[in-house]
Design a protein around this ligand. Structure first.
Ligand code: C2E
Ligand code: MG
Ligand code: MG
Ligand code: MG
Length: 282
């Protein structure tokens, strides 16, 4: 009986695996189609500057408007897009679309765009960025590229010149999800960056967890030591906002300040009612 059940378990796994492979296959085809049929859209989440409580810019976050499944979050398709190389054409579209939107905004507003490691490594990256800036007329210093620590870690021989080339164009570099990588901090000495985005996992426990507060303080110190802007991600409560303001962060982002929203809503926010943080609200 044990042998029997072992065999059927195996058959079950085999069937599961086949199904998973099939799903991936279908989804890869669907992603190609999504590109052709323009089913991707960018949502924009406000970034608030704490020195004047004004919006300093937006982060562009991709969504897939799936004909049957509705709005699909990036975590459900970006990993597959990375594996299949589709992230490169998708990412090209993201950069162009984000620059196009931002070019229509007041000149003090920046646009932040996320790049995955494989996009960062791809030979076409620089020419894509140059073309997007050219086509849209967006000033390079209004574009901020968000990369994670993993970009710094592997293949430094290639990453460093690439980062320098982006810096030479005038593009800004932000380190996303800071604190969650496996890296030592030594890369900070050799790589150019303009901003550190503290991962939201450190923000969420800040009210109660003394360890998180210690990390938050260390990050503010690193930021000021390297002359970089410090941003705290994932602010959801007034209390978190007050704490991070008191610790000296320059910028905040999170559901409390504004969720990612379609372009027309972002533009209503830009042109209409001002976004207010806690101290100015009352
Ligand atoms: P990320 O760059 O760290 O973006 C922040 C994520 O946290 C976003 O999720 C955002 O909606 C969410 N978020 C913002 N504020 C809060 C908050 O207060 N609480 C909580 N719980 N979450 C908050 P989203 O849009 O699902 O994106 C997830 C990740 O997908 C991004 O993480 C980024 O790594 C990746 N991604 C998004 N758009 C792109 C893209 O165009 N290209 C690439 N390569 N990756 C992208
Ligand atoms: Mg990001
Ligand atoms: Mg992040
Ligand atoms: Mg993240």
């Amino acid at each position: 009986a044990a042998k029997e059940s072992g065999r059927s378990t195996y058959r079950f796994y085999e069937a599961e695996m086949r199904l998973a492979a099939e799903r991936r296959h279908v989804m890869t085809a669907e992603l190609w189609e999504a590109l052709e049929k323009r089913q991707f859209e960018l949502h924009y989440q406000p970034i608030v500057q704490l020195d004047n409580d004004g919006i300093g810019g937006f982060e562009a976050l991709i969504r897939w408007r799936h004909p049957k499944r509705g709005l699909v979050a990036p975590m459900e398709f970006i990993p597959l897009a990375e594996e299949t190389g589709l992230i490169v054409p998708i990412g090209d579209w993201v950069i162009r679309e984000a620059c196009r939107a931002a070019a229509g905004w007041p000149a003090h507003l920046r646009i932040a765009v996320n790049l995955s490691v494989s996009q960062f490594r791809h030979v076409s990256l620089l020419s894509t960025v140059v073309a997007a800036l050219d086509e849209t007329g967006l000033n390079a210093d209004r574009l901020e590229i968000e990369i994670t620590e993993s970009v710094f870690l592997t293949d430094a021989d290639q990453s460093l010149p690439r980062l320098r080339a982006l810096k030479e164009l005038g593009v800004r570099i932000a380190i996303d999800d800071f604190g969650t990588g496996y890296s030592s901090l030594s890369y900070l000495r050799s790589f150019p960056f303009d901003k550190i985005k503290l991962d939201r996992s450190f923000v969420s426990g800040i009210e109660t967890d003394a360890g998180n507060l210690a990390i938050v303080r260390a990050v503010v110190g690193i930021g000021s030591g390297f002359n970089a802007t410090t941003l705290a991600e994932g602010i959801e409560t007034e209390e978190q906002l007050q704490k991070l303001r008191a610790e000296g962060f320059s910028e905040v982002q999170g559901y409390l300040l504004g969720r990612p929203m379609p372009q027309h809503e972002a533009e209503a926010l830009i042109h209409g009612r001002a976004l207010k943080t806690a101290s100015s609200r009352s």
